[in-house]
Design a protein around this ligand. Structure first.
Ligand code: MRU
Length: 363
């Protein structure tokens, strides 16, 4: 997608063919900064510190992290160490494990001297595949928006999304936002309600920024507004992303997604979740019980980062000093609340049968 008219992906290789480049998402929307990753430690820091975030981008960065590691120490011990280090960065997005398992399976049987070259090649493939997958998700999801538009008779189609599942969360296009970009580009009138997404405000800082860069009409709302809008017929469709989808169709996504799904269900608003195949954890059948939920620093709840009228970026407290705070980063929406799963292979019912029909290799 474009930033100030210039096309970007969220991760790419520098001209030396070894340095990995990313956009530091902790600086957005106040500054657009590109950062060089030169080592395994850099890649692990970028994922854990959320310079890169979003399930598919975490996976792609982990793949490049393995390549950076092989560029330094391509021994068996180096390979195992890199796998463990990257696996420990964040617990919930399963794309991390998917990418690391893929890389390890490819690299482990090879002589150490051949590992780095192939690791870079496979990481680039994973990144390219993600772009294709997200583009296909966009095409399939566009059909849903098109139908909502036809049903409504006059536009715009009002969509609600939570967190950031746009191009910044993937290598390009996004998952939940890909259908919106494709519909907008096709001339279908759309308007997006953007949940701010406390505590880290990925909606306010990232989704609002990228929709604005693309010219998609949107309105930022605080997290508690969605139910009210749905009661008053102001949401035609919800689309969110997911960090891990159980084989049963339960979806784990940014904290607060479940409450939106409940409100959508109560108001008869279709609630879709967009995901790439690597986000499905075929080993888990009960998402609520078995998906690990990341708990992060309480400071993300008690403090906010913003910019003042002089352009100075800073953090400030919003609670009495020493207030105990809990910071659960994700929740699970049971399959029964999900209208459909938008994948690169089409729209599936959120159920074991629905997923297996689209991915028969896992049946
Ligand atoms: O904590 P984050 O910012 O990594 O969480 C991101 C999300 O919850 C996204 O909705 C999810 O990763 C899907 S991204 C296409």
């Amino acid at each position: 997608m474009k930033v100030q008219g210039k096309p970007y992906r969220t991760i790419w290789l520098a001209d030396d063919g070894r340095t990995v480049r990313i956009i530091d998402q902790t600086k957005l929307p106040f500054a657009f900064e590109v950062v060089d990753l030169k080592s395994l430690a850099d890649a692990a820091r970028a994922i854990a510190g959320m310079w890169v975030r979003g399930a598919p981008l975490i996976g792609a960065t982990a793949a490049y992290g393995m390549a950076l590691a092989m560029n330094g120490d391509s021994s068996d011990a180096g390979l195992d160490g890199a796998y463990q280090t990257l696996m420990a960065t964040r617990p919930t997005a399963v794309n991390l494990r998917w990418a690391l398992d893929d890389m390890k399976a490819l690299l482990a049987p090879l002589p150490a001297g051949e590992r780095a070259g192939l690791a870079y090649a496979r990481a680039a493939e994973i990144a390219d595949e993600d772009v294709e997958i997200c583009s296909s998700i966009g095409e399939h999801g566009k059909g849903l928006i098109e139908r909502a538009f036809e049903k409504k008779g006059s536009g715009p189609v009002n969509l609600l999304t939570h967190c950031n599942a746009g191009w910044l969360a993937t290598v390009d296009w996004g998952t939940a936002l890909a259908p919106i970009y494709k519909a907008f580009d096709a001339g279908i009138p759309v308007h997006v309600w953007v949940d701010e997404t406390r505590p880290r405000n990925q909606g306010a800082s990232l989704t609002a920024w990228e929709l604005g860069q693309h010219g998609v009409p949107h309105t930022l709302i605080v997290d508690n507004v969605g139910g009210h809008l749905m009661q008053h017929g102001q949401v035609d469709l919800c689309i969110t992303g997911t960090d891990r989808t159980a084989a049963s169709g339960d979806v784990c996504n940014k904290i607060g997604t479940y409450l939106k799904a409940l409100a959508a269900h109560d108001n008869g608003v279709p609630f879709y979740v967009a995901l790439p195949g690597p986000t499905i954890d075929w080993t888990i059948t009960d998402g609520v019980r078995d998906i690990p939920i990341e708990q992060r620093d309480a400071g993300e709840v008690t403090r906010l980062t913003g910019v003042d009228e002089n352009g100075r970026v800073g953090a400030f407290s919003i609670a009495p000093a020493g207030t105990p705070a809990a910071n659960y980063a994700f929740d699970v929406t049971p399959a029964r609340l999900v209208t459909g799963l938008i994948t690169e292979r089409g729209v599936a019912e959120a159920s074991t049968e629905g997923l297996k029909a689209l991915y028969p290799e896992h049946a």
